[in-house]
Ligand binder design. Structure first.
Ligand code: N01
Length: 545
């Protein structure tokens, strides 16, 4: 049976929907749009009361994109491209949320989104080839295809420091900041966690709090930048060149519309190297990471040269030499952790009301009633912010019961190592597809989200048109992809024996999680070629049964 015969998808007659998509963020919206285009009956479900996903959840002070507006969006809708105007080079979280709300309204997506619906389990029945999705409120819905758009960084983790419940002040996780905001005026505020979230929070709240105490375990290499207003001319330029900008991002290892550097940092004279580092530092943000040299993520010596340049910038910006020294990462080099973009991060430490406490040499031992104890010293605080990250890539998928063939639960399948084909499909879980599943590229995410949604729609169409009832990764393809993910990860400076940096992309930040690459480090454009190859091969590696 084909789609065109009946308007119903193969054996999905008798189900509530052809596809149920979990999550109404960037992924869910793109998938809904593209699955509708192939004629599917689609339901998107989300635990939240609004679209936006991570941009709905995260509204901590200073939240904004680390990517520039010109490539942090979808390219597939001419209407959205023409009608939406960005106002900042690095849009605020509020603006990205407004963009996604605009996308949902303009593409009339809301009528197929069911909010306030937390999924507890999704169970596959082999005999009927149907997924049943069970919700926390007790209701269930069925579909032939189950698609995850649950996001890669949404299962928050608290620091493993005892006594949290004994603290009597205000305690927040960055990712669930109260929607109405928090008045920090006159407050003694402490912050734990200096990844991309904490790096944005520190300079934003430093002028608001009476005192800000920053508890630093591992310093990061921050690429500072300047935000700018996007005027009408700039916006028009982007609209006029959108296809070229998008193509550039799609062809870039990290999904950014930037030039690919041609030379190694080791190929040029020290003077030339300094000139290039300085000019890209001036351009700001990821331009430094991507456009200086071609081996800052793959060659330890080159990465160390970039590290030393940033350390020199820290010494230049931060007036107190001891603080500058403490902020300078050692023991791992630039790109060894996910590099955050800074908006006055280092300069914040020049404020008299900001103190930096080194908790690497003397760890935080406990929360107390009044604050935090570091060694024998108690810091009395009114507010503690934990910007301590997420159970990344897998947390959302393993936190609910996704039950495949023969009762196999996804978290059990992955207990001894991640297995998937291209991070899209898992053997044992027929017609279960993932947007940004584990083992997908480390990237500016709207690019792989859009390309992934379009790939999915084509794969489903192909299966339906050829009477193939189950899209399911073969075991061989899983083995191949695990090997490629491992190879690519180990070729980067993120991986080195004896490194001190611990990071979510290796699962290091969650107790008991196996250490392996959660993301594909071989380049977004390489990954897309693998996806195109799979398609050119008639999706053979996705038809296990
Ligand atoms: O979390 P993280 P995040 N005691 O895991 C510290 C994306 N993102 O929310 O490094 C003391 O990076 C931990 O210390 P250490 C982006 O992809 C994007 O900031 O383990 N400290 C670390 O400093 C990012 O990579 C954007 O020593 C403790 C911090 O908590 C990802 O989300 C904005 C501790 C966790 O850093 C996650 O970023 C925000 C303890 N017991 C996020 N436990 C944009 O693009 C943990 N830490 C704008």
């Amino acid at each position: 049976m084909s789609i065109s015969d009946t308007g119903v998808f193969g054996s999905s007659a008798g189900t509530d929907y052809d596809s149920i998509v979990i999550g109404a963020g960037f992924s869910g919206l793109a998938i809904l749009h593209h699955l509708r285009e192939i004629g599917q009956r689609v339901l998107v479900v989300d635990a939240a009361s609004e679209v936006g996903g991570t941009w709905w959840e995260n509204n901590y002070p200073g939240v904004r994109t680390d990517s520039e507006f010109s490539y942090y969006s979808f390219s597939f809708s001419k209407e959205v491209r023409e009608e939406w105007n960005w106002t900042e080079r690095y849009p605020s979280g509020k603006e990205v949320l407004a963009y996604l709300q605009f996308v949902a309204d303009r593409l009339d997506l809301r009528r197929d989104i069911q909010f306030n619906s937390r999924v507890e389990s999704a169970i596959y029945d082999e005999a009927s080839n149907i997924w049943t999705v069970n919700f926390a409120d007790g209701h269930s819905q069925t579909a032939k295809y189950l698609v995850s758009g649950m996001g890669v960084l949404s299962q928050a983790i608290w620091p493993n420091i005892p006594g949290r419940e004994s603290f009597t002040g205000q305690l927040y996780h960055a990712s669930s900041w109260p929607r109405g905001g928090v008045d920090l005026a006159g407050k003694r505020v402490g912050i734990i966690g200096l990844g991309a979230s904490g790096i944005q929070i520190v300079p934003t709240i430093a002028p608001l709090a009476e005192e800000l105490v920053v508890f630093q375990r591992t310093p990061n290499f921050i690429v500072e930048t300047n935000n700018e207003t996007v005027d009408a001319e700039w916006m028009q330029f982007v609209k006029d060149n959108y296809d070229a900008i998008y193509a550039k991002a799609a062809n870039h290892p990290f999904g950014v519309a930037m030039e690919k550097a041609e030379k190694s940092a080791l190929e040029v004279t020290p003077e030339e190297r300094e000139r290039i580092f300085q000019s890209k530092w001036n351009e700001g943000g990821f331009h430094f990471a991507n456009e200086c040299f071609n081996d800052l993520a793959t060659n330890h010596d080159s990465s160390e040269l970039a590290s030393e340049f940033i350390r020199s910038k820290i010494r230049e910006i931060v007036k107190d030499p001891a603080t500058a020294e403490l902020l300078s990462p050692k023991g791992y080099s630039f790109n060894g952790k996910r590099v955050p973009t800074g908006h006055g991060y280092y300069a914040a430490y020049n404020r008299a009301n900001v103190a930096l406490i080194d908790t690497a040499s003397t760890p935080i031992t406990t929360f107390t009633e009044k604050g935090l104890k570091v060694g024998d010293t108690e810091y009395e605080l009114d507010v503690i912010i934990c910007a301590t990250g997420f159970d990344a890539m897998t947390g959302t998928l393993t936190n609910i019961d996704i039950v495949g063939r023969d009762g196999l639960i996804l978290r059990d399948k992955w207990k001894n190592g991640l297995r998937s084909n291209l991070g899209i499909s898992v053997n044992g879980f027929p017609n279960f597809l993932m947007s940004l599943g584990p083992q997908t590229p480390y990237s500016n995410l709207p690019v792989p989200i859009q390309l992934g949604a379009q790939w999915m729609a084509r794969a489903i169409s192909f299966a339906e048109e050829h009477g193939i009832e189950r899209l399911e990764a073969t075991l061989e393809s899983e083995q191949w992809w695990a090997g490629e993910v491992d190879r690519a990860g180990k070729a980067t400076v993120m991986y080195s024996e004896g490194r001190k940096a611990k990071a979510w992309f290796l699962g290091d930040n969650v107790a008991g999680k196996a250490e392996e690459f959660m993301v594909y480090m071989g380049g977004g454009q390489v990954y897309q070629q693998f996806c195109r190859d799979a398609e050119a091969n008639g999706y053979q590696a996705f038809f296990a049964t």
